[in-house]
Design a protein around this ligand. Sequence first.
Ligand SMILES: Cc1cn([C@H]2C[C@H](O)[C@@H](COP(=O)(O)OP(=O)(O)O[C@H]3O[C@H](C)C(=O)[C@H](O)[C@H]3O)O2)c(=O)[nH]c1=O
Length: 186
Amino acid sequence: MFTRLAIPDVILVEPKRFGDHRGFFSETFHADRYDDAGIKGPFVQDNHSLSRDQGVLRGLHFQIAPSPQGKLVRCTAGKILDVAVDIRKGSPTFGQHVSAELTADNGHQLWVPVGFAHGFVTLTPDTEVQYKVTGYYDPNADRGLAWDDPALGIDWGLGGSQPVLSDKDTKHPTLAELPEHFTYEG
Ligand SMILES: Cc1cn([C@H]2C[C@H](O)[C@@H](COP(=O)(O)OP(=O)(O)O[C@H]3O[C@H](C)C(=O)[C@H](O)[C@H]3O)O2)c(=O)[nH]c1=O
């Protein structure tokens, strides 16, 4: 099932699971069905990250031209709160975000299109996230947005505690400081 969220370009995917006495089987990607639902490939790279601690926060990240990335994100061990922030100039939802709890148990996926900053916080230890992207990794195009920018109003569910961050993720600009990298195309 595909559901457009409050920012309709972001799509929640709930793949069917066929359970039996052995466990389950699920198709986790289907190019034609996903394209028909608005999830536009082609996907050129798969990523996999493991976060050892609960409270690891990776984000908010995006790549700019010439290497923008759409991301199809799922959690294959543990739980995350996955967040997408609209950073498209001229968008009616500029600066707003949507989020979804992706877990190994629910198998849900989030489609984060080009023009969004993406990040997640882990809700359990030993959390693994796997995602397909529509652009190759390009360190020169790698950019970020401050996860804790008050203007974004993201509730990461940290209960006031500081997340575990990479050094890079402590230094990103706020939305007000962010150059215009993407333009809303309606
Ligand atoms: C993203 C990436 C990283 N790397 C190398 C670069 C570093 O040596 C190492 C860790 O990279 P980084 O700290 O950027 O990893 P994350 O903090 O998990 O970044 C990712 O987290 C958020 C949630 C995202 O949406 C992006 O996919 C991505 O930015 O992996 C690669 O070799 N290829 C890649 O595609």
